[in-house]
Design a protein around this ligand. Structure first.
Ligand code: TYM
Length: 331
C-alpha cells in the first residue's frame, strides 16, 4: 500500500479524515509506504526555507497522528531518486492529451493561465504514478479528489505492461465512502472541498488549530436559512453546509451522518457539538505533536530509516522497468 501527502501549507481536517486517519489503521494490515511528496510541492512557487520547515513539520504531524516508523515506511520523496527516474520512463508512456484532461491541472492554471504554469505542474500526475508503481502498491488510500490521478496511474501501468511485458502491479484507489470522509468541504464555502490553497482560512480547520480557533471556525460555518422540524438533515446536494457538519460530527464520534442528524433540530447545538467533538478528536494529536517537536531528531531518524527501506524496494522495481524498455544495465 502506498499513499502520499504534500508537505505544504498546513494539514487540515480534509487530509486527516479523507486519508491520514485511515493510514494509521492500515499500517497494521498492509505493508505500507507513506511518502511526503516534497518534489510535488515544487510545481508552484515555494519559499525554500519554508518548504524545508514544512517538510519536517509534516513528518512530525504524521508521527503525531499515529504512524509508527517501526511498522510502516515513512519517507521524503526527494530522498529516493528512483521516483524521478521512473517518472521519466512514464512520461514517455503518457500522452499530452491525457495529461491535459486532468482537472487539477485545469483548476490550478485557471487563474494564471497555462503559459506561465510550470511544466512540472503539467507532469505532476506522472510523478504521482511513479510514486505508486515503484512500490508494487495494489491499494492507494486517498480522498475523492485524487480519483482521476489514480485512473491515470492505472492506465499508465496497463499501457506499459502491454507495451513492454508485465512490469507493474496495477493499483486500485481506496476512497472512503460518501459521507465518511471522501470529500470534506470548506466551512465557508461548503460547495468547494476543504483545501490547503483555500481563499479564506476561516473555512479550513487545521490539525494544529488551537481549540478556540476550531470552535470559532465551526460556529461560523455557513449553513442555510431553513428552520423548523427537519431542517437538520443529511442531504449534501440541497444542504451542503449542514451535511458537512453532520459528516464531521459523525466522523469524530464514529457514526453515520444521517444517524447524527436524527438527534438535532437546530443548527446551534449541532455546531456546538461538532466543535467540541473535533477539539476532542484532535487533542491527543496536538499533545503528541508538542511532545515530538520537543524531542529533536525523532522525525529525522524516522525519515532516514524510511528512505533506506523505500530505496531497497524502489530500486528493484526501477531496475525491472529500465530493463523492460531496453536500457543497457549499468556496468
Ligand atoms: P494532498 O496533499 O492534496 O492531500 C493528501 C490527502 O488528503 C486528501 N484530501 C482530502 N480528502 C477529503 N476531503 C478533502 N477536502 C481533502 N483534501 C485532501 C487527498 O485526497 C489525499 O489523499 N497528489 C496528492 C499527493 C500524492 C499522492 C501520491 C497521493 C503524490 N503522490 C501517490 C497518493 C499516492 C496530493 O496533492 O494530496
Amino acid at each position: 500500500m502506498l499513499s502520499g501527502v504534500q508537505p505544504t501549507g498546513d494539514i487540515h481536517l480534509g487530509n486527516y479524515l479523507g486519508a491520514l486517519r485511515g493510514w494509521v489503521d492500515d499500517q497494521h494490515d498492509y505493508d505500507c509506504y507513506f511518502c511526503l511528496v516534497d518534489l510535488h510541492a515544487l510545481t508552484v512557487p515555494r519559499d525554500p526555507a519554508e518548504l524545508r520547515a514544512k517538510s519536517m513539520e509534516c513528518a512530525n504531524l504524521l508521527l503525531a497522528v499515529g504512524l509508527d516508523p517501526d511498522v510502516c515506511t515513512l519517507f521524503l520523496q526527494s530522498h529516493v531518486p528512483e521516483h524521478t527516474e521512473l517518472s521519466w520512463l512514464l512520461e514517455c508512456t503518457a500522452s499530452m492529451g491525457e495529461l491535459r484532461r486532468m482537472t487539477q491541472f485545469k483548476d490550478k492554471t485557471a487563474r494564471g493561465g497555462e503559459e506561465a504554469a510550470r511544466v512540472g505542474l503539467f507532469t505532476y500526475p506522472v510523478l504521482q504514478a511513479a510514486d505508486i508503481l515503484l512500490y508494487d502498491a495494489d491499494r492507494v488510500p486517498v480522498g475523492d479528489d485524487q480519483r482521476q490521478h489514480l485512473e491515470l496511474t492505472r492506465d499508465l501501468a496497463m499501457r506499459f505492461n502491454k507495451r513492454y511485458g508485465k512490469t507493474f502491479v496495477v493499483p486500485a484507489a481506496a476512497i472512503p465512502a460518501a459521507g465518511r470522509g471522501a470529500r470534506i468541504m470548506d466551512l465557508q464555502q461548503p460547495t468547494a472541498k476543504m483545501s490547503k490553497s483555500a481563499e479564506s482560512p476561516q473555512g479550513v480547520v487545521l490539525l494544529l488549530d488551537p481549540p478556540k480557533a476550531i470552535e470559532s471556525k465551526v460556529k461560523r460555518a455557513v449553513t442555510d436559512a431553513e428552520t423548523g422540524a427537519g431542517a437538520v438533515r443529511y442531504d449534501p446536494a440541497a444542504k451542503p453546509g449542514v451535511s458537512n457538519l453532520l459528516e464531521l460530527l459523525g466522523l469524530a464520534t464514529g457514526r453515520a451522518p444521517a444517524e447524527v442528524a436524527a438527534e438535532y433540530s437546530q443548527y446551534g447545538p449541532l455546531k456546538a457539538d461538532a466543535a467540541s467533538a473535533l477539539v476532542e478528536m484532535l487533542r491527543p494529536v496536538q499533545q503528541r505533536y508538542r511532545e515530538l517537536t520537543a524531542e529533536p531528531g525523532v522525525a529525522e531518524k524516522a525519515l532516514a530509516q524510511g528512505a533506506d527501506k523505500a530505496h531497497a524496494i524502489a530500486s528493484v522495481t526501477l531496475h525491472r522497468a529500465r530493463d523492460a524498455v531496453g536500457l543497457v544495465p549499468r556496468p
